[in-house]
Design a protein around this ligand. Structure first.
Ligand code: ADP
Ligand code: MG
Length: 432
């Protein structure tokens, strides 16, 4: 019997739900697409292109819309013999400086055999190479810098739009399309960059549930076999998506997770429970990732709050978390942070949705203060914090969550306690 057999009953084409899939048509972005298309019209006319700035949160279709319009633009430009259009698409994730962008652009424009090293040249000579490559194209060159908010300095955003005005280009007509997921990026640009880059600005708003339903509907027709999604699945994915961030990527991921769960179970239909469980599982993944990305002090603060929560002490004020945090920091051999910095960690945890925060009034005196509580499953938090728990020791409030026999040669389970482990040894390991 074959060990591997192809499953075919849920998905028609699961890859259509992946990040790299480009939908043939976009749904529900008519207004933005129309503005965007109008901004690109000069290209077809053979005129100097506009510089365009696209912004909006992640997952609202900025990249998809750009790819969609540019592929049509290239196709439609081909019918004009006097039009020579090149498009360079660069995602700036992982590129932090104008220097890096410029070297990558040079390489995009050059042939495989003629690439330059991405380090070692003076910036001015990289720009020189860039102007040469661009001018060799003679026609129109559209440069798309996606996720442009990763770039720390704005030199390239100034140089590219003005290359012609500054006499660096003679033949090529260059247009820059910048795409940003970050709202503050635009505001932080220097005025001279803003005025050239943001000639045409297009904002992509978050999607609502109706938009997301249409997007999921369209995508599911490619991805799933007919009739395998029960009727509540798409509305539910869309409702969650709208509630979370209006992010189409997140909703598509949820639909895929639901499909995967159904497939793993060998179910014939994807149903509401698959969506709910899928959401929980994705959420857990995100939270776990969030916790793992925290600093050591973030972990110590969270560990302190976790144990206080298990002891029924929450909601709790920052100043009452402090003694436990300080003790944990000392047990881990770290200098405790000052109260203010410790509170910053609480705020960060709240922002990540790991803990909850409630604003309270002081009474007639009128001041306000904040109270914190845990908002997450204990096991989930623990699963992302083994190092901290190991460093500090297993607190007694965790005895039912952490089986001491899991950690090698530990004390017998019922007599095991946190305070014992401190008093019995200099070492901070509970196992000592
Ligand atoms: P952004 O670049 O704004 O972060 P993307 O363009 O990557 O967002 O969109 C996220 C995902 O949602 C992609 O898979 C994309 O194909 C899909 N998507 C977004 N908007 C639409 C839309 N209007 N119609 C169809 N699919 C869409
Ligand atoms: Mg994008």
């Amino acid at each position: 019997m074959a060990l591997f057999e192809r499953d075919q009953h849920i998905y028609r084409d699961r890859d259509a739900l992946r990040e790299d899939y480009q939908p043939e048509e976009l749904v529900g972005r008519d207004e933005e697409l129309q503005t965007f298309q109008a901004a690109l019209q000069p290209v077809i006319n053979g005129e100097q292109p506009n510089n365009i700035f696209i912004y909006g949160k992640t997952g609202v279709g900025k990249t998809a819309a750009t790819r969609y319009l540019l592929s049509h633009l290239k196709q439609d430009a081909a019918q004009y013999d006097d039009l020579d259009l090149s498009v360079v698409f660069l995602n700036c994730d992982g590129l932090t400086s104008s220097y890096q962008i410029a070297t990558h652009l040079v390489n995009e424009l050059r042939s495989e055999t003629n690439q330059i090293s991405t380090t070692g040249y003076p910036l001015a000579s990289v720009y020189e190479m860039l102007w040469n490559e661009l001018d060799d194209r003679t026609g129109t060159v559209l440069i798309v810098l996606d996720e442009i908010d990763h770039v720390q300095d704005d030199s390239i955003l100034y140089q590219l739009p003005r290359a012609r005005a500054n006499g660096n280009l003679e033949r090529a007509k260059v247009g820059l399309i910048g795409i940003s997921n970050d709202f503050s990026f635009r505001d932080d640009l220097s005025p001279k960059v803003k005025s050239s880059l943001c000639e045409q600005e297009i904002h992509f708003p978050a999607y609502n549930a109706t938009n997301l339903r249409a997007i999921l509907q369209q995508r599911s027709q490619v991805a799933f076999h007919e009739g395998v999604l029960s009727s509540e699945v798409i509305p539910l994915c869309a409702a969650y998506g709208a509630k979370d961030a209006g992010d189409a990527r997140q909703s598509i991921d949820l639909l895929m997770k639901a499909g995967d769960l159904a497939r793993e179970e060998g179910a014939d239909l994807v149903v509401e429970d698959h969506v709910k469980n899928g959401r929980r599982s994705l959420e857990r993944g995100r939270i776990k990732e969030g916790i793992m990305g925290l600093t050591e002090h973030g972990h110590l603060v969270l560990y302190a709050l976790l144990t206080l929560d298990l002891e029924g002490e929450t909601p709790i004020r920052s100043r009452d978390v402090r003694p436990r945090y300080t003790r944990f920091a000392e047990m881990a051999n770290r200098d405790p942070l000052v109260p203010r910095r410790m509170r910053d960690h609480l705020s960060e945890l709240a922002m990540l949705g790991i803990i909850s925060v409630t604003e309270r009034n002081e009474g007639r005196r009128g001041g306000t203060y904040r109270e914190y509580a845990l908002d997450m499953d204990v096991n989930l938090i623990l699963s992302a914090m083994d190092e901290t728990v190991e460093l500090v020791g297993v607190h007694e409030s965790l005895s039912e969550y952490i089986d001491p026999s899991d950690s090698a040669e530990s004390a017998p389970s019922d007599s095991f306690s946190f305070s014992d482990s401190i008093s019995s040894s200099d070492s901070l390991s509970p196992d000592a």
